[in-house]
Design a protein around this ligand. Structure first.
Ligand SMILES: [Zn+2]
Length: 200
């Protein structure tokens, strides 16, 4: 939109009724949710290069399912999407993932992240562990259509886990080993053209 048209549009905002303001807010937030889903789809599609069932690189596009591109493997003939076999497979509410990622980056607690994104505490708990599990499994080497990328390290939280893989750590305590180690989860942070960040 041209600058002058945008100015005209914003000048009209003051004339909106309270109901119209609410409706407009809803429209804007739906638009940004759609944006984040298409950013994710683009991101995951770019990363899908081998079959998660047999490892073959001979794939072809085979339509679309649940908002994600679907592929079929020429070797084993199975179909899959870019999330098949990853901790993110079958997680719902994909339009909220980017906002939830931001909460992880901001080190929000499970409860605060749930409130910020509008999901239940149970979902927030599950997402945190799934997202971090994915980060541990997968260190993507290339990003496509992404403006900038950087790495940051978070101490892995095993909060809520019944069997800790290490001695418990006190709040704010440093890792037992200096530098980067297995205790820290490397998070690849990517910022796309819409200014949203993604750590996967
Ligand atoms: Zn295969």
């Amino acid at each position: 939109m041209k600058k002058t048209d945008f100015q005209r549009l914003t000048d009209q905002l003051e004339t909106l009724s309270p109901e119209q303001r609410t409706a407009l807010k809803g429209m804007l937030s739906r638009l940004s949710e759609q944006d984040s889903v298409s950013v994710l789809t683009e991101f995951f599609s770019a990363k899908c290069s081998t079959c998660p069932h047999c490892g073959s690189a001979k794939l072809y596009r085979h339509g679309q399912a649940h908002g994600l591109p679907r592929y079929r493997c020429r070797a084993c003939h199975k179909t899959f999407n870019p999330l098949t076999g990853t901790p993110l497979a079958r997680l719902r509410l994909r339009h909220k993932w980017l906002s939830y990622h931001q909460c992880l980056l901001d080190s929000l607690t499970i409860r605060k992240a749930a409130m910020a994104v509008g999901i239940s505490r149970d979902t927030s708990f599950r997402w945190r562990h799934r997202f971090l599990a994915r980060v541990k499994d997968d260190h993507p080497k290339s990003l496509h259509g992404i403006a900038e990328a950087d790495e940051m390290y978070l101490l892995e939280s095993e909060k809520g886990a019944r069997h800790l893989a290490r001695a418990p750590r006190k709040r704010g305590e440093a890792a037992s080993q200096r530098g980067t180690s297995k205790e820290q989860v490397c998070v690849l942070v990517a910022r796309d053209r819409t200014g949203q960040t993604l750590n996967l």
